[in-house]
Design a protein around this ligand. Structure first.
Ligand SMILES: C[S@@+](CC[C@H](N)C(=O)[O-])C[C@H]1O[C@@H](n2cnc3c(N)ncnc32)[C@H](O)[C@@H]1O
Length: 258
């Protein structure tokens, strides 16, 4: 089965099986769903992240950075194309903003800065330092400049391969942390990063995995993560997989409409 067909099939299965707030018996997840997914408190980020996106969408300069393994060999691409294809959609990034706003983490780590639009949403959600990592030096620098120009002084853009800094940066995080993994969507890498984070997970930390049905490998990794005994609460929102480390709750998995 092609990757596209796998994604369509996964989407269909999710639509058929996902539940909404009416079937939630866990008071914690019921409240979480109402605030994060249904946005019952009408939390709105500023328009700065979307202004950044618009700026990049009209940037026709060529991406001069290194490839992180997602580009076809020899292909050149403009920043506008990167902005169109790689940035998370507004709806998804607003979910992240509300997860953070509810959680109030003391540190935020993002793997996969790209042009910094998601980092801006993460910074909007909490009064905490955001560290964001990108392997492509050109994109990392563009993101850092744009974030600075929009007044995001609490975002630290690091240009590095994930593997080179992940343990070091994870050790620097204050509890409870929020980690967003949005790059290197492969089975081995996802499980490797998950195992590094889970060792450091404590009460009320949150780990969000992006694009859990992007490929068969990602879906397999997500299935294994969900069944891991060390994960108390897992929430499948299709585009995002959310792990909430509330160790005083019985282990539960939820597949929810978002
Ligand atoms: C989907 S994009 C991130 C989009 C961004 N979070 C947003 O929504 O605004 C993923 C990024 O991760 C970077 N990346 C992928 N694998 C990487 C790795 N192993 N080390 C460093 N960066 C990597 C890619 O260069 C790409 O820019």
């Amino acid at each position: 089965m092609s990757k596209k067909l796998f994604q369509i099939r996964s989407r269909l299965i999710h639509t058929l099986r996902a539940k909404n707030q009416h079937s939630l018996h866990s008071p914690f997840v019921f409240a979480w769903y109402n605030k994060v997914v249904l946005n019952q408190d009408n939390w709105q980020p500023s328009n700065r992240p979307e202004a950044m996106r618009q700026r990049f969408l009209s940037d026709s300069s060529v991406d001069q950075g290194e490839d992180s393994g997602t580009r076809a060999a020899g292909n050149t691409r403009t920043i506008s194309q990167v902005a169109k294809r790689a940035l998370g959609p507004k709806h998804k990034l607003e979910l992240l903003y509300r997860i953070i706003r509810l959680q109030e983490p003391r540190s935020i780590l993002e793997l996969g800065t790209c042009l910094g639009v998601s980092a801006a949403y993460l910074a909007e959600g909490a009064n905490a330092k955001v560290t964001t990592v990108e392997g492509n030096s050109y994109l990392s620098e563009l993101a850092a400049n744009e974030l600075r120009q929009h007044g995001y002084n609490n975002v630290d853009c690091i240009n590095s391969r994930f593997d080179d800094i992940i343990s070091r940066e994870s050790d620097k995080l204050h509890l409870p942390w929020f980690i967003y993994l949005d790059g290197n969507h492969h089975y081995d890498a996802t499980l490797k990063y998950f195992n590094i984070f889970i060792e450091r997970a404590r009460q009320d930390c949150i780990l969000v995995l992006d694009d859990i049905y992007w490929s068969k490998g990602m879906a397999k990794a997500w299935k294994e993560i969900v069944s891991d005994r060390r994960v108390p609460i897992s929430i499948d929102l299709f585009h995002l997989g959310v792990l909430i480390f509330r160790f005083n709750q019985p282990k539960q998995h939820f597949r929810l409409r978002a």
